[in-house]
Design a protein around this ligand. Structure first.
Ligand code: GDP
Ligand code: IMO
Ligand code: MG
Length: 429
């Protein structure tokens, strides 16, 4: 029996959606445990592309999908996503989509505050997705959040919202120069959401633990990436939740002993969307080539992703922070055609070599990446299905990564489609 956590090792968009969709075949339940619709996970099945922001990527494999208590959920986006999947012939109902009664709700003022704060910050902005994620987690931490359990009780919802909205409107109008929001409008809208979603709301900790007890296998789908983690990422240029594997337990309501493996998704190069430090960033022709060939545009906001070489300083950080038992390398195909590739193996700071990722942004911004150069390959590798058939230089690149981060490769992705993959070791077997 295996229960596997999948996390991003870099700054998000590593290809978690594709790998979760693929591995979901071997799981019974697929669980999101943090974040919200700041995530954009892409799956390509039989030539058709699906992007999910909230519903776990296991939905296309017809698995039981759960939204954990650690998430912040925009009910309007969730309903839209359910309708979109249904209109594409995918079955979605209370039996296969369950929402934690403890998950927090994203409210209209969260989105308004997110946008207005970014506007006010000008060039010091974080570059958030504008989905209200930070303000919602902020209310959770200060115990003013509204959860599904409160949304489903119209009287409790009204009372809570009434007491919160006065303060939110004061802040919106007086500090952020935004428009105030109307209590009755929100109540009417959210009561409709409650009616629609109530059959899905349950205690998902009980559902998952019962499933594990009866020998079923669970896949935990992380969102964002290790370096966007609120504690361990490039703070404050991070998201507002713990994205690392340990939070699969807190964000889903299971004990750590249930986790049997942790797979880190590693894009074969590095990307970042939004602001914040990125030592191995390429601001030259090669960066542009990778951006174009990799179609590196955000799946949520459509923004161009910044691109750079593979950085093993951040990967070693991810191995330690998540306790990775293996990695999946994605988008290896994108690097084809480059004469040589660089791998960042350390950072130079004030004449010293740093092996570990520094916490201070002022240090990080002065770090110069130390590169090792390896030869590239020119062949198109997307149709290859066995590791032995990869060009020798591609194999050397993979071997060097394994060596530098001391973690085995379980899976190699060579294209966006489900079948464009080489499975080296199946973590569920
Ligand atoms: P996630 O947020 O980690 O799920 O990743 P995204 O879906 O935001 O971004 C990854 C993008 O790369 C998507 O457009 C995927 O369809 C695509 N993708 C995933 N794996 C591969 C791969 O191996 N090769 C190529 N060329 N594209 C891939
Ligand atoms: P997936 O799951 C890439 C980034 C935003 C911004 C920062 C804070 O698709 O990998 P937020 O809206 O969360 O307050 O924004 O985090 N960010 C992501 N970047 N992939 C994501 O998710 C992201 N989710 C948030 O761009 O820099
Ligand atoms: Mg994404």
């Amino acid at each position: 029996m295996a229960n596997i956590v999948i996390v991003g090792t870099q700054w998000g968009d590593e290809g978690k959606g594709k790998v979760v969709d693929l591995l979901a075949e071997f799981a019974d339940l697929v669980v999101r445990f943090q974040g919200g619709n700041n995530a954009g996970h892409t799956m390509v099945v039989e030539g058709k592309q699906f992007i999910s922001h909230l519903i776990p990527s296991g939905i296309l494999q017809n698995k039981i999908c759960l939204l954990g208590n650690g998430m912040v959920v925009d009910p309007a986006v969730l309903i839209e996503e359910i309708d979109y999947l249904k209109s594409n012939g995918i079955e979605v109902g209370p039996d296969n989509l369950k929402i934690s009664e403890r998950a927090h709700i994203i409210m209209p003022y969260h989105k308004e505050i997110d946008h207005a704060r970014e506007r006010l910050k000008g060039d010091k902005k974080i570059g958030t997705t504008g989905r209200g994620i930070g303000p919602s987690y902020e209310d959770k931490a200060t115990r003013r959040g509204i959860r599904f359990v409160e949304l489903l009780d119209p009287e409790v919802f009204r009372e809570k919202l009434n007491s919160i909205l006065e303060e939110k409107n004061f802040y919106l109008e007086e500090y952020l120069s935004s428009n105030p929001l109307d209590l009755e409008d929100i109540i009417n809208q959210y009561n409709e959401y409650a009616k629609r979603l109530s059959p899905h709301v349950t205690n998902i900790s009980v559902v998952i633990n019962n499933a594990i007890k009866s020998g079923r296998q669970v896949l935990f789908e992380g969102a964002q990436g290790t370096h966007l983690d609120i504690d361990h990422g490039t703070y404050p240029y991070v998201t507002s939740s713990n994205t690392i594997a340990g939070n699969a337990c807190g964000g889903a309501g299971i004990g750590p002993k249930e986790i049997t493996g942790v797979i880190g998704i590693v894009k074969a190069y590095t990307t970042r969307v939004g602001e914040g430090p990125f030592p191995a960033e390429l601001s030259d022709k090669t960066g542009n080539t990778i951006q174009k060939k990799g179609a590196e545009f955000g799946a949520t906001t459509g923004r161009k992703r910044r691109c750079g070489w593979l950085d093993t300083v951040i990967l070693r950080n991810a191995v330690r922070l998540n306790g990775l038992t293996g990695i999946a390398i994605t988008k290896l195909d994108v690097l084809g055609g480059l004469e040589s590739l660089k791998i960042c193996t350390g950072y130079e700071y004030k004449g010293k070599i740093l092996q570990d990722f520094p916490a201070g942004l002022n240090i990080l911004s002065k770090c110069k990446p130390i590169y090792e150069t390896v030869p590239g390959w020119s062949e198109n590798i997307s149709d290859i299905r066995a590791i032995e058939d990869l060009p020798q230089n591609a194999r050397n690149y993979l071997n060097r990564i394994e060596e530098l981060i001391e973690t085995p490769i379980h899976l190699i992705s060579l294209g966006p489609a489900r079948d464009e993959t080489i499975m080296v070791t199946n973590p569920f077997e």
